[in-house]
Write a protein that binds this ligand. Structure first.
Ligand SMILES: Cc1ncc(C[n+]2csc(CCOP(=O)(O)OP(=O)(O)O)c2C)c(N)n1
Length: 562
């Protein structure tokens, strides 16, 4: 039916990775991908793992990965990753095999309603009929592949779903002839050159004027993984403008002389934060609750939110203007008059006091969850990528990662904040990342995607496991006083020893007891050829007490320092 031409066109567009899953109805689709030499096809027996792996590939590379699976619940298992890709704006190409219309809703095996299966999470849905290849049909399939690709990547990036009706015999088409019917020179059937115009002069001048009129400004940077050059550009702008930069490590901007690394701890003290006149927000809203609450309460400040696609990122309703413009191009074009040096210095003094207070509070506790985050932030090389799981890892990275000149890249599934699919996402990232990939994950999230460890047979990952035997985040909640019901239904301790999981999947395993032991084990895991788990055992209640001790120490020290 022309699937070889369809796949040829995906490769011409730049698709280099596919995640396939086994089945019968899907074989023409899967084998067309597998036989395409420009695309590396990797087989995943669990479709949920396949889809999160494709998500990780696309997240790290910016290039959509293709997914292909059989009909029925196989396709439904893509849903969590499709939802995450929609929320986090990651381009993926979802290709599902289906029965043709004459076999639908008639009791044929493995047949469910796959039409618009992912609802509003799919940016575009298309039924692809199973007609035989004709010149017109091949031209349409080539155009369709390009349309799927460009739709996924352009504007607000996201998942595209094509549902293929496949009829028996479910065989692979012949290879394409030498003259394959595509455009000359290996070009895609349709290209859509991106026209990146210079930012509007009114916008640049308007922002400059606001900065001059309101010199006590802050720049808040959240997750913005779609443009790796954005983080350094934000740091450079904050330095030029001499304004504090409150950057979540997921923004890539926690660097340079304007960075205030410990804003999460600082903003917990309601007495301390001085009021800015202007807030410029870029990227998603950071995870930090104190930061969110502080931003929501800044009634006298003018708050501007940059989002290239004009998305709404403001659950507190504090933003007055959404700038639907490329933040990097716009801020690079601004030559601001440096703001009030005293204003920046005030934040720096507090940040230095917070850093010292954090070190004082963490030191007697030895190896702890915050300490692991701080160690990774300080020690990992710039070419490393850290994938952080939702729950406490993403929060501890935000609170305890230091500001560094060349920090490692930090990625996370924070579109829908799920703890599912994290291992597979990290292995997907490891498929395309240039340097080492480290996954920082809690025990519940690891159990959730334990099957993802099967990818250890072909990719290398260093997994730092924070094993507090359950969901440690819930011990911070008032509900943690609810005794056994809390423990059984919320915290969910399981008592599992992950050394057995490591053995099952052929991974290395070491448990670290103290800071020195952790450093050594991390070094060994990074140097090893295979995937290794470095486990750090902690206690959920002690972890809450340690976080509270840190916050108290920070609050005391900033009062003294300011
Ligand atoms: C798919 C999914 N199910 C449930 C949740 C709710 N949830 C948030 S955190 C969490 C526990 C995570 O525990 P763990 O991974 O061990 O990390 P820790 O809280 O100890 O840092 C759960 C169940 C979620 N976010 N996603």
């Amino acid at each position: 039916m022309g699937l070889r031409a369809f796949v040829d066109e995906l490769a011409r567009c730049g698709v280099r990775e596919a995640c396939t899953s086994p089945g019968s109805r899907s074989t023409p689709l899967v084998l067309s991908l597998a036989r395409e030499p420009r695309i590396r096809s990797t087989s995943h027996l669990d479709e949920r793992c396949a889809a999160f792996s494709a998500l990780g590939i696309a997240k790290a590379s910016g290039v959509p990965a293709a997914l292909a699976c059989t009909s029925g619940t196989a396709a439904a298992n893509y849903a969590p990753a499709v939802i995450e890709a929609h929320e986090a704006r990651v381009p993926i190409l979802v290709l599902t095999a289906d029965r043709p219309p004459e076999l639908r809703d008639l009791g044929a095996g493995q047949t469910i309603d796959q039409v618009k299966l992912y609802g509003s999470a799919a940016k575009w849905f298309m039924e692809v009929d199973g007609h035989a290849a004709s010149p017109e049909r091949l031209r349409w399939l080539r155009q369709l592949a390009c349309r799927a690709f460009w739709t996924a990547v352009e504007g607000r990036a996201g998942p595209v779903h094509l549902n293929f009706s496949l009829r028996e015999p479910l065989t692979l088409d012949e290879p394409l002839p030498e003259d394959d019917g595509g455009r000359a020179g290996g070009r895609p059937w349709v290209t859509r050159p991106r026209v990146a115009g210079a930012p509007a002069p009114q916008l640049v001048e308007g922002l400059k004027a606001e900065l001059t009129a309101r010199p006590r400004a802050v720049l808040v940077a959240g997750r913005a993984e779609r443009d790796p050059a954005l983080g350094p550009a934000l740091a450079a702008f904050a330095e030029r403008a001499a304004i504090p930069l409150l950057a979540d490590p997921l923004s890539g901007a926690r660097r340079g002389p304007a960075a205030i690394a410990h804003y999460d701890a600082l903003l917990r003290d309601p007495e301390w934060p001085p009021a800015p006149q202007l807030v410029i927000r870029v990227g998603d809203l950071p995870t930090s609750k104190p930061l969110r609450q502080w931003l929501h309460g800044l009634e006298d400040a003018l708050q501007l939110s940059f989002d290239a696609e004009g998305a709404w990122q403001d659950p507190g309703g504090a933003v007055a203007t959404i700038l639907a413009a490329d933040p990097r191009a716009t801020l690079e074009a601004i030559d601001p008059r440096p703001g009030d040096r005293g204003w920046l210095e005030r934040w720096h003094r507090a940040d230095r006091a917070a850093a010292a207070a954090i070190a004082r509070a963490l030191s007697p506790a030895g190896l702890s969850e915050p300490r692991v985050a701080a160690e990774l932030g300080a020690a990992l090389p710039r070419e490393a990528t850290v994938v952080v799981a939702s729950s406490m890892p993403v929060r501890d990275v935000e609170t305890f990662f230091p500001a560094r000149e060349q920090p490692p890249r930090v990625l996370a599934n924070r579109g829908a904040n799920g703890i599912d699919g994290t291992v597979s996402t990290a292995f997907g990232v490891a498929s395309v990342a240039d340097g080492p990939v480290v996954l920082l994950i809690g025990d519940v999230a690891l159990i959730h995607d334990l099957g993802g460890l099967i990818a250890a047979g072909r990719r290398k990952l260093t997994i730092v496991l924070l094993h507090n035997d359950g969901g440690g985040i819930f011990n911070f909640l008032p509900v943690s006083t609810q005794g056994e019901a809390f423990v059984e239904h919320v915290a969910t301790p399981h008592g599992l020893d992950f050394a057995h999981a490591a053995a099952l999947f052929g991974c290395g395993y070491e448990a670290a007891e103290d800071v020195e032991g952790f450093r050594a084990a991390l070094g060994r895991a990074l140097a090893a050829e295979r995937t290794s788990i470095v486990a750090v055992h902690t206690d959920r209640e002690a972890n809450v007490a340690l976080h509270r001790a840190v916050w108290d120490e920070v609050a005391g020290s900033i009062r003294a320092a300011t």
